[in-house]
Design a protein around this ligand. Sequence first.
Ligand code: S3P
Length: 435
Amino acid sequence: MMPLYAKKATAPLAGTLTPPGDKSISHRALIFGGLADGETVVEGLLVSADTTATRNAMVQLGASVTDEGDVLRIRGLGQAGLSAPSAPLDMGNSGTAMRLLAGVLAAQSFDSVLTGDASLNSRPMRRIMTPLAQMGANVEATEAGTAPLHIHGNPALKGIHYDSPVASAQIKSCVLLAGLFAQGESRVTEPRLSRDHTERMLPLFGVRMGEGAALQGPQGLTGAKVLVPSDPSSAAFLVAVASLVPGSDVTLRNVGLNPTRSAFFDAVKAMGGRIDIETVNDGSDGLEPVGDLRVRYNGRLKGIDLPPEWVPAMIDEIPILMALAATAQGRTRVTDAAELRVKESDRLAVMARGLECMGIELSERPDGVDVFGGEPCPARVEAENDHRCAMSFAVLGQLIEEGVLIDGADYIDTSYPGFSADMLSIGAQLERRDG
Ligand code: S3P
């Protein structure tokens, strides 16, 4: 595809929109619905390349999934109902799809293969193989510990208490999903709380959870109704662009505000941005907290030292934070973010290279970066097929008169297929252009 070209917005950005459904919650709705007895109804599901990979996998495993307008219906298979897939399950670019499904497949009475694209097949899988092996699972990877994963199903798994060395919802969810099929308690602790969508959503499907990330197996699921809020990680790009372009006033509806996901909004406020939140659901019902966000330009942002304890709750927003930091006054320091190096790309490196091409001074460390805000200049940058890096550069382009040309921007569809349309609808300047 042609590179994406983003250039200076000619007027303040304005409008009201509803960003797409939450990717993490959508994957879980598809997987849990496929495992449940009876029908699951999902409203607001994200339809993107990543979630389509999960949907296709559940269908290959025997679930029936149908669309009815904006509503998705899943006819689940029940605890013992999955059937052996006749071909490898292709998870595309999605680490969540692969790691969560590995937990389910490890406990089946059949073998299966999980594979993905070049990026996914180079990401670390030992982080899930280690706890799964402790549960009695048999999962083979390449010598480098990467996919394709050959999973030799074992329906006699045992529950474990796993003290994860990394704060990762994918690891936690993988163990809990395997734990649904295992004998005894499965419990995961982690250095800092990662997103807790699995813990919040399993009870909707009738699963009795222990304290924190714990459950007693085996337990079956029953069909449920899932309302998927807008993805705060997608909303983040719109929050950022409205905070950068002078005079902007943009409202984002129905945004997920789960505290394990919302630290980016706190970071923007700490940098001097203005976000007013109107609560739609405060989460006291155990469901996902949701609110409407009104974002107004509030002058040039200031650099901050990002508190390391905020990182897990904005793990996918560090690229866009780096883009904001590139124009902020002073230094922004990110620490304790080594996980960024094993996402869809090495995000610290990809963002650092791109910002340096735009003339921004920065210094990279193994676990973070210092960005010295300045005036980004026109450049051609490489997003290395990382959706979030591509969108971050496109946001920054809104401040650059002669624009920024972004190569490797074809993967935006993995999480936010309507990104260009939404950006254009509030007045941003974005187009596909011949290199
Ligand atoms: C996700 C967890 C995070 C995040 C990813 C989605 C999830 O990964 O980066 O985009 O849905 O569980 P880690 O759990 O590996 O940090």
